[in-house]
Design a protein around this ligand. Structure first.
Ligand code: PEP
Length: 256
């Protein structure tokens, strides 16, 4: 049975001191549960203070929002896996649609990032998802499968087991237009099939696949009803401790 995972992606929001205040507030509202894992992705500048505020035995794992594939070197403005590990990160988001669309990231970059994360012991959260045009043209599966192929090609079974996939339709991110549970579940099933064909059925049934795109306290429960949706990548609704705590509480209810 896969344990739900909720990831809060702050994007370019919150200073270091706001991060500390948020974590104190959140931890006063909700606590650890054996029924769901929780991950928080502050901006780079708040990782160190967030890490201190969480403490070394925290039930909330720390995640970075991006990574460069080289461990060090002349890459102005970039941050590497060893730097993130040193700050206490366990996860890193890779291939978010905002990076693909606004910063021109392509699958070949994303593949290098996934490999670098794995090489250094960080768990990648790989984002994939179609645009509205792709969906309307009936290209959802083709686009998502191409992104998966381009990013995960030739990973060993062992490496793939530590990857989380986040299906995030671009038309649902930050728009208030959430995919229906059936729309998300249908893409999740095709992702699992892709993993089964490329690796094997054990890996396909073990890998966690999250949904992301306008997840809120109001819709999280209906998404988690599907047994192929293993949690959520949450943007806007994770910025407020009250709404994020509600999402966490709802995700912590044991699944049937
Ligand atoms: C995201 O940033 O990945 C995201 C899903 O954002 P939002 O929840 O705001 O749509």
């Amino acid at each position: 049975m896969r344990r739900p995972l909720i990831v809060g992606n702050w994007k370019m929001n919150k200073t270091a001191s706001e991060a500390v205040a948020f974590i104190r507030d959140l931890c006063g509202r909700v606590s650890a549960s054996p029924h769901a894992d929780v991950v928080l992705a502050p901006p780079f500048t708040a990782l160190e203070s967030a890490s201190r505020a969480l403490g070394s035995s925290s039930w909330i794992s720390l995640c970075a929002q991006d990574i460069h594939w080289e461990p060090h070197g002349a890459f102005t403005g970039e941050v590497s896996a060893p730097m993130l590990l040193d700050l206490g990160c366990r996860y890193v988001i890779v291939g978010h649609s905002e990076r693909r669309i606004l910063f021109g990231e392509r699958d070949e970059h994303i593949q290098k990032k996934v490999r670098s994360a794995l090489r250094h012991g960080l768990s990648p959260i790989l984002c994939v998802g179609e645009s509205l045009g792709d969906r309307e043209a009936g290209q959802t599966e083709t686009v998502v499968t191409a992104q998966l192929k381009g990013s995960l090609a030739e990973l060993s079974m062992r490496d793939l087991a530590t990857v989380t996939i986040a299906y995030e339709p671009v038309w649902a991110i930050g728009t208030g237009r959430t995919a229906t549970t059936e729309q998300a579940a249908s893409v999740h099933r095709s992702i699992r099939l892709f993993v089964e064909i490329g690796w094997n059925s054990e890996t396909a049934s073990a890998i966690r696949i999250l949904y992301g795109g306008s997840v809120t306290p109001q819709n999280i429960k209906s998404l988690l009803v599907s047994d192929t949706i293993d949690g959520a990548l949450v943007g806007g609704a994770c910025l407020d401790p009250d709404s994020f705590a509600t999402i966490l509480r709802l995700a912590q209810i044991p699944r049937a």
